[in-house]
Design a protein around this ligand. Structure first.
Ligand code: BTN
Length: 294
């Protein structure tokens, strides 16, 4: 399903159908025929339970979770994307974003069959979780690292979690969300892909699930994250970094980092301007971090 410019119309449907609205009223608002309204309502019934009362009109009774219209609404309002792609099942939303190659698009899936994690790992993606990727315009590799930090803060705020460097989101020391930022696009138009996976109703051993903390709606978790991205747009990079430092449980701890060039152990002292970790005086830009007991 591809919700593009026309999605704005869906948003109007969603608003209008919060209460009863007649076919005639909707047709007038959108400047289309009543037959076109009827056809659209029929399509929306795949994801929404819509009641129709003769002489009164239509009204949304309940929403499926996740629901493409709710996702599109939250994305258009907060992420300012221009296209939304919605899949029941897909290989990987980051892969779809890479193939698309353009910025300002959102890829959302109910399930992934080849979900990708950091450092070449698999990301288990059964239904019940939240899986999406957003593409942002970019000008440098440095920005990938910055998006890594920004998205970590956005999700941590949204779920009231903490962070493990670089951007694992934790609830009571267990990972609830993973974030994979990749650079893609063309030489002329590079894009940063931010891929986010959150355990909502799905449960994995040694990981946390939001539903155990009272948040069981994928629509709601997505909307919260989208809103925090918007809120962070108003902050300077320095302010975001400061907030990251406060949320990051890695700082001050003894750590072991598996980097592409070897293993490093030491004390995590700080996070620099570019989001790199300073471990006993050494700068680590990319790696897998383990917290050690001190
Ligand atoms: C990690 O290893 O912690 C990062 C996991 C990132 C998973 C998300 S789910 C949506 C997007 N699509 C992918 O294939 N991966 C990311």
């Amino acid at each position: 399903m591809r919700l593009t410019e026309r999605s704005v119309d869906y948003l109007i449907y969603l608003e209008l159908l919060k209460g009863y609205a007649s076919g005639e009223e909707i047709a007038r608002r959108l400047g289309i025929s009543r037959t076109a309204v009827w056809k659209q309502i029929d399509k929306m019934r795949r994801y929404l339970s819509i009641s129709s009362k003769p002489g009164v009109g239509y009204c949304i009774i309940s929403e499926k979770d996740p629901n493409p219209y709710a996702i599109a609404k939250a994305s258009f309002e907060n992420l300012e994307v221009s296209e939304v792609f919605y899949y029941k099942s897909v290989d990987s939303t980051n892969e779809r974003a890479r193939i698309h190659g353009k910025s300002s698009a959102l890829f959302f899936a109910e399930q992934q069959t080849a979900g990708r994690g950091r450092m070449g790992r698999e990301w288990k993606s059964e239904t019940g979780g939240l899986y999406f990727s957003i593409t942002f315009p970019s000008s440098a590799l440095k920005e990938v690292q910055r998006f890594t930090i920004i998205s970590g803060v956005a999700v941590a705020r949204a779920v009231d979690g903490k962070l493990k460097w670089p951007n694992d989101v934790l609830l009571e020391d267990k990972k609830v969300c993973g974030i994979l930022c990749e650079l893609s696009g063309s030489f002329e138009e590079p894009v940063v892909i931010v891929g986010i996976g959150v355990n909502v109703r799905n449960k994995y051993e040694n990981a946390a699930s939001l539903c155990d903390y009272g948040i069981c709606s994928i629509n709601e978790v997505f909307a919260r994250i989208a809103r925090e991205f918007k809120n962070l747009k108003l902050k300077s990079w320095g302010e975001i970094l400061e907030e990251y430092r406060k949320l990051c449980t890695t700082l001050g701890r003894k750590v072991r980092i598996y980097t592409p060039s070897g293993i490093l152990e030491g004390i995590a002292e700080d996070v620099d301007e570019n989001g790199a970790l300073l471990v006993s005086g050494k700068t680590v830009l990319v790696g897998d971090c383990i917290h050690l007991r001190s």
